[in-house]
Design a protein around this ligand. Structure first.
Ligand code: XMP
Ligand code: MG
Length: 210
């Protein structure tokens, strides 16, 4: 049974079985993915609710500025950022710009290779930067990105949707959900290129991971 959550004003700690809103039915994995996915971990309702909470935290975190440049880490951060930035523009005082960075360390495997390749980014010199990433695992990727961006941006903060809680060495200003140490997909996150389009966060079956 999924745990029912009703407070989305701060980082939500997600138990092994997953979470849902009281107004949502007990979530199930879609039939077509039944052999690959173990369970739904975070429902769409919970993602939407937490993004509204995150937008408030971000507005408070950037209290002294009126404009931020959101730098989205592709590809995984894409869906999260698209929703978050629209909520920021709709509900906060912040004016937003959008930019992308690409960074790859996983390839088709479920563990980090440790080396990070970085691709392109427009000029962010002197800007107030919000780095938006899907997930922190070991923290290697985020640390590399932060080191690269921090010296360029003026006021630099980081927001991640999911945190597996093992990256003690990396500082994250805004965290959506703290999740158990399972491999997840959906809502932009993939395993070997799959599951990005699912509207919820799902747990991938252990047998599938290499
Ligand atoms: P590190 O270990 O560098 O890893 O913090 C962060 C990057 O690895 C990817 N990652 C995942 N992707 N499900 C995914 O789809 C996961 O459970 C997962 N864990 C880590 C992600 O791209 C992130 O940028
Ligand atoms: Mg990523």
């Amino acid at each position: 049974m999924h745990k029912i959550v009703d407070d989305f004003s701060k980082t939500v700690v997600v138990p092994e079985q997953g979470i849902r809103l009281a107004s949502e039915p007990e979530p199930k994995v879609r039939e077509k993915y039944i052999n690959e996915l173990d369970r739904v971990l975070i429902t769409k309702g919970c993602l939407d609710a937490r993004i509204k909470g995150l937008a408030k935290e971000i507005e408070q975190g950037f209290a002294d500025v009126d404009e931020i440049t959101c730098v989205v880490v592709l590809k995984g951060g894409m869906f999260f950022a698209a929703d978050l930035i629209r909520v920021l523009d709709e509900r906060s005082k912040l004016r937003t710009r959008l930019d992308f960075i690409r960074c790859s360390s996983y390839g088709d495997r479920s563990y980090s290779s440790g080396s990070v390749q970085m691709y392109q980014l427009d000029a962010i010199d002197g800007k107030n930067v919000l780095l938006i990433e899907d997930i922190v695992d070991t923290g290697g990727t985020l640390k590399t990105l932060q080191n690269y961006l921090r010296e360029k941006g003026k006021n630099f903060k980081t927001c991640v949707l999911l945190d597996k809680g093992i990256a003690s060495s990396v500082k994250v200003d805004f965290i959506g959900f703290r999740i158990p140490r399972v491999f997840v997909g959906g809502y932009g996150l993939d395993y070997a290129g799959m599951y990005r389009g699912l509207p919820e966060i799902v747990v991938i079956k252990k047998e599938l991971l290499k």
